[in-house]
Design a protein. Structure first.
Length: 222
């Protein structure tokens, strides 16, 4: 079973990855490939998950982690919201704007954390809208309901199509790299190795293009 975070937009990567994986599994006719999308922090061992794609650092010593790609989160919103409420010029302006905050099941709200000269800085936002999934955060942002703090991999296509505008390009977020994780074991089955290697190739091929969309705000704003 494969588990993937909803905050990642893998619609463009999954078809190619599945084709590659199915070819690698051609010699294992009894193998079942099951994929699930979730924003919750699932215990892989209890849930019987073979491989998971997650954002952020690994805290479970029972799991092995392999980085797939660099990632950052960006503050973004729809052009309609900016036309109605104006542009926030500094991070301190966020207190005067409607912020859409992600709160995963059983977890605290996701903090909006940025890198500064003094270190990581978590901002206090006016969380007027709290969503339980990354998809809902994105949908509300697209609808012009407020500002969202999203993984660039989730909103790059929306930025490219001018559906969302990235803000604060000069204020990078703290690291939120993408990792594939799986239970620690002495022997890694060939089917898992094939899938992980395919994911690695797909993320590597798209990483530079995706990250570039987090740095286009200045040109559009002027």
């Amino acid at each position: 079973m494969i588990l993937c975070a909803l905050e990642l937009d893998l619609r463009s990567l999954i078809p190619t990855t599945l084709r590659t994986t199915r070819a690698a599994l051609a010699g294992s006719p009894g193998c079942l490939l099951r994929m699930s999308l979730s924003d919750g922090l699932v215990d892989l061992l209890e849930a019987g998950v073979d491989v998971a794609v997650r954002i952020g650092t690994l805290d479970d010593s029972r799991l092995v982690s392999r980085r797939l790609a660099r990632n950052c989160r960006v503050v973004c919103t729809a052009p309609a919201y900016l036309a109605k409420h104006g542009w926030p010029r500094a991070l301190s302006d966020l207190k005067r704007h409607t912020c859409i905050v992600l709160q995963r099941p059983g977890m605290r709200p996701l903090p909006w954390t940025f890198r500064t000269r003094e270190g990581a800085r978590a901002l206090r936002t006016d969380a007027r809208l709290i969503a339980g999934s990354g998809d809902l955060v994105r949908d509300w942002a697209l609808a012009g309901h407020g500002l969202a703090f999203k993984s660039i991999w989730d909103v790059a296509a929306d930025i490219a199509a001018n559906r969302l505008v990235p803000l604060f390009a000069d204020q990078p977020s703290t690291e939120a790299d993408i990792h594939v994780v799986y239970p620690a074991r002495h022997f890694l089955p060939a089917r898992m190795r094939a899938f992980i290697d395919s994911l690695d190739k797909q993320f590597s091929a798209n990483e530079k293009r995706i990250l570039a969309y987090g740095n286009v705000m200045r040109a559009r704003r002027r």
